[in-house]
Design a protein around this ligand. Structure first.
Ligand SMILES: Nc1nc2c(ncn2[C@@H]2O[C@H](COP(=O)(O)OP(=O)(O)OP(=O)(O)O)[C@@H](O)[C@H]2O)c(=O)[nH]1
Length: 602
């Protein structure tokens, strides 16, 4: 044990400043992210190597030696990375709040998929985030132990585990893996079971695992080390020395410490006392690191203090930073060491541009977007842009009254809405929402937000369409009944039978020769006023315009004089839905119109 520690320490020194790669585990709810992280931590602890596993703030470091031991094999000299740093907060939320300039903070990702359930909404969302950030990843096909008839070999590498399975179990597993290959192909990735791949730069590896039994986990770790070595080597800027740069994972209030930052240091070093510049939602702030804190090892947690001050940390590392004036610090933004006061201005501009790059503030018609961190804002905005959904304004922070007012002022009814990712609605914003009826779609799953917004858009469109069609004047025809003239004129009141379609008040009537007759003022049946009458009904109608005996006569057929614009909609859009009588009336009506003008209504 002692020896191993020394060996690990020495090995690290040899490694030409290549820093520990940062790994994030992503996937759908309940597919096993937490269980996998627990397994990786727990196994190493169980192997009596707890001393080697370094607990970070928000992350767990697994040194290369531990990975080697777990895998039961030794890596060659070509492996120079000191180990793997797993971010403890699983999920894409953590992923999106971590970003370094130009991409995500994570060097590598594990996309975990329940092999029995296949792709689910958050799997797809995670995949699209990985694609956008171009983060190399492996797929962990989890819960293979749930296949009926599975024989468990605890913590065994996949090949060993597979050997003891029946042919039927192997076949089921293979089928499920092929389904995953198919899903990945659909989203633009070539994938295969990892042991069938020769070129990992082109093909995504799928590692069958069980996070519970540990089977396949050694393989997963091996693949991660291999990928990290390849991809990190290309990124020579990332080192464990020099002025530190980190991403703020969380801004946290701590008893006795005030506001602190949980930071993943991804490049260089922090020393207690360093001057740092920190991103906020306004002007970046310059402050001095009062203390760097690491979690206390489990055995030492006796007192209330959970943290251990350290003088120095180097990348990659999870650390709590205590410093004055941190209240406005913004999760997802950068913390950076200022080595020279002359740099402040340039660094400040750089930090501001980080937020400005994601923030959108235009005069165009579009949605209002609010999000909790820069990373999540970027992810949400990215997804919306990919769908060509217009954005009026996007910013970090809770939903405020101002946001609601801005959304209400948007003219396009389908864009007058707010989308929020993991943000609160301030109380006065709630009042404004009630007043304006601006819809707010919020969730901590991007996919859910967009899906519910899109569903609302669909509903709104249907409603608008329905309203439009309801406003269309439809075909109708009446015959004036004999001996039912109740008044000659001003207005003429006659008894009619509706012989087809529908007649409403306010529509114009037309004779069979095409001459306009006048407007229906009222419709009565059994002395009751009504707005319309349909086929078969006998009603009295009052018509403003004609005189009975002159323009109209008993026995005449009168048509609803459909305006040309409406006739076009009826003929082109509504015809298939018309009843037989309506269609007949429409055809007769159009025939009359087109006798004079063959192109009428076309
Ligand atoms: N049989 C079996 N069960 C598993 C495996 N991995 C996870 N589970 C179980 O699946 C459930 C969900 O696992 P979690 O690790 O909590 O899933 P998660 O993805 O972290 O879920 P969220 O944190 O809610 O997103 C738990 O009951 C686990 O015990 C596995 O490999 N085999």
């Amino acid at each position: 044990m002692q020896q191993k520690s020394k060996k690990a320490g020495k090995a690290k020194g040899k490694q030409s400043n290549l820093r520990t790669p940062i790994v994030v585990v992503m996937g759908h709810v309940d597919h096993g992210k937490t269980t996998l992280l627990d397994k990786i931590r727990g196994t190493a602890v169980a192997k009596g190597e707890a001393g080697l596993i370094t607990q970070h703030i928000g992350a767990t470091e697994v040194p290369l030696d531990v990975v080697q031991d777990f895998c039961g094999s030794h890596f060659g000299k070509e492996i120079e990375i000191p180990g793997l740093l797993f971010i403890d907060t699983p999920g894409h939320h953590a992923f999106t709040s971590m970003r370094s300039r130009g991409g995500s903070l994570a060097d590598l990702a594990v996309l975990i998929v329940d092999v029995n359930e296949g792709f689910q909404p958050q799997t797809i969302e995670s995949l699209s985030i990985l694609k956008r950030f171009k983060t190399p990843f492996v797929v962990a096909a989890n819960k293979m132990d749930r296949i009926g008839g599975w024989h468990t070999t605890t913590n065994a590498p996949f090949a060993k585990s597979l050997k003891v399975q029946s042919e039927r179990v192997s076949e089921i597993l293979d089928t499920r893996l092929y389904e995953l290959v198919g899903e990945l192909y659909k989203y633009g990735f070539d994938a295969d079971r990892y042991d069938r791949i020769t070129d990992f730069t082109r093909t995504v590896g799928i590692v069958p695992i069980s996070a519970i039994t540990g089977e396949g986990v050694p393989d997963l770790l091996m693949i991660l080390v291999g990928l990290a070595q390849r991809f990190l080597k290309d990124n020579l800027q990332l080192t464990a020395t020099g002025p530190g740069v980190g991403t703020i994972l969380e801004v946290k209030e701590e008893k006795g410490l005030g506001t602190t930052l949980d930071v993943i240091l991804y490049n260089g070093e922090f020393f207690a006392g360093d001057t740092v510049i920190v991103g906020t939602s306004r002007e970046p702030l310059v402050t001095k690191i009062r203390a760097l804190l690491k979690p206390k090892p489990l055995a030492e947690i006796r007192s209330e203090e959970r943290f251990l001050p350290v003088k120095h940390v180097s990348a990659a590392s999870g650390v709590k930073v205590s410093a004055p004036k941190l209240d406005n610090a913004l999760a997802g933004s950068t913390i950076r060491v200022v080595s020279n006061p002359d740099e402040v201005e340039a660094l400040s501009l750089e930090l501001k541009s980080e937020l400005d790059a994601v923030r959108i503030d235009t005069e165009n018609e579009g949605l209002i977007i609010k999000s909790d961190t820069i990373g999540s804002l970027e992810a949400l905005v990215g997804e919306l842009k990919a769908r060509d959904i217009h954005i009026h304004y996007a910013d970090v922070g809770p939903i405020s009254r101002r946001d609601v007012i801005r959304a209400a002022a948007i003219n396009d009814p389908l864009l007058s809405a707010i989308l929020g990712f993991n943000v609160d609605i301030l109380p006065d914003a709630l009042n404004e929402i009630q007043k304006t009826n601006v819809p707010v779609f919020s969730s901590d799953i991007i996919y859910t937000i967009i899906e519910s917004y899109e569903r609302w858009v669909e509903d709104q469109k249907n409603k608008m369409e329905q309203e439009r069609l309801e406003a269309v004047i439809r075909p109708g025809a009446v015959r004036i009944l004999p001996d039912c003239v109740f008044r000659q004129s001003k207005p003429a009141v006659v008894g009619v039978q509706v012989i087809g379609g529908i007649v409403r008040t306010q529509v114009n009537l037309m004779r069979e020769d095409g001459a306009n007759v006048g407007v229906i003022k009222g419709i009565q049946a059994h002395n009751e006023n009504q707005g319309s009458a349909t086929v078969g009904q006998e009603v009295a109608i009052s018509i403003d315009g004609p005189t009975v005996g002159r323009q109209i006569h008993e026995g005449d057929i009168l048509y609803v004089n459909i305006p040309e614009k409406h006739a076009r909609i009826v003929e082109l859009e509504l015809k298939p839905k018309l009843a037989e009588d309506e269609r007949e009336v429409l055809e007769n009506f159009l025939e009359i119109k087109r006798k004079k003008d063959p192109f009428w209504g076309r």
